[in-house]
Design a protein around this ligand. Structure first.
Ligand code: ASP
Length: 323
């Protein structure tokens, strides 16, 4: 009897908390440096999701390092009330295959709120790199074996995955230079301190458009339609048969966040993805907004579970190039 009463009181408390949600600022943790591609998506998303959440105050917090796993760990341990969220990319599915011991379980320590977008990647180089197209880059890499630097955002980052597969495809080991995000990595590419990087179009489009970096190829099987990127060849068409990396972003809450709060967040996410300003900005940066069943928490979780298997196997096969 007492147990039943306690459960009823708890249920009322949860329902009350959900109807009041959000009753304080929401923090979206971006597990990379400010100004980079994940940060850009998160800030645009925060602006779009604010309205359907009753003009909530949303703060973006950058917790960079270790390929995004530090920020993810922070959210896994946060109070599960919907006020601390994570916006993370494909690293959610590659980090389990890369780290012997992750400080969280992707599938057990998070609630899946829904996915946001799919984003292709581009292979770029410092502006003073002598190679002007992919064939020349390939030759330059071969001529400079042991000296080529490859920037990334740490083990588990999208740039890490793309760079790993690139080294494997060329069968050439490069010196990887890890940053807390590809915003600082881009600064070093622009300054000529590091040679090449594979990064999301959400970071590289404007630099390519302005001619500030060398652009060599896109990571997807099909060429892109974004005006600034449409002349870039695919790696697949340049001899790296089957090379295909498209990354994605999703939103997560700590495990145990009440279902009514998650429902509110999911409904707000769906609204945000229809916001014309958000759609326009994402399209201009080469991102494709998710419209399929990955918008549901179940579809999102199933997709990430499948991606963990897919990339786990690929990472094992590319093991020697993994740092
Ligand atoms: N583009 C980065 C990555 O390689 C992360 C970032 O700075 O957003 O994962």
């Amino acid at each position: 009897m007492i147990k039943k009463t306690l459960l009823a009181v708890a249920a009322v408390a949860v329902a009350g908390a959900a109807s009041a949600f959000p009753d304080k600022p929401i923090t979206i943790v971006v597990p990379f440096a400010a100004g980079g591609p994940t940060d850009k998506v998160a800030r645009d998303f925060a602006e779009a999701v604010r309205k359907p959440l009753g003009n909530a105050t949303i703060v973006v917090e950058n917790v960079g390092g270790a390929g995004g796993t530090l920020g993810a760990a922070r959210v896994a341990k946060a109070t599960p009330d919907g006020h601390t969220l994570l916006l993370y990319h494909i690293g959610m599915s590659t980090s389990p295959g890369l780290y012997r011991k992750l400080p969280f379980s992707v599938l057990d320590d998070f609630e899946f709120v829904g996915m946001v977008n799919d984003v292709p990647m581009t292979l770029i180089g410092r502006p003073n790199l002598p190679a002007n197209n992919f064939a020349e880059l390939r030759k330059w890499i071969n001529d400079n074996k042991g000296k080529v630097n490859l920037a990334n955002a740490g083990l588990g980052a999208a740039s890490h995955l793309c760079g790993l597969l690139f080294q494997q495809a060329l069968q050439v080991e490069m010196t990887t230079v890890p940053y807390k995000g590809t915003a600082p990595a881009m600064t070093d590419i622009l300054g000529g301190q590091v040679d090449i990087m594979c990064d999301q179009t959400t970071n590289t489009t404007s630099q390519i458009e302005a001619g500030k970096v060398k652009a060599y190829a896109v990571s997807t099987m099909q060429p892109l339609t974004t005006p600034a990127l449409k002349n870039l060849p695919t790696l697949d068409s340049q001899g790296l048969k089957g090379f295909n990396v498209s990354i994605w972003h999703g939103v997560y809450a700590p495990k145990g966040t009440p279902k009514p709060v998650l429902d509110k967040l999911n409904a707000a996410l769906r609204e945000a993805l229809k916001d014309p300003e958000f759609v326009k900005r994402q399209e201009a940066l080469g991102a494709v907004i998710v419209t399929d069943n990955r918008l549901t928490p179940e579809g999102h979780k199933k997709f990430v579970a499948d991606e963990i298997n897919k990339w786990g196997a690929a990472i094992k096969a590319a093991g020697q190039y993994a740092d």
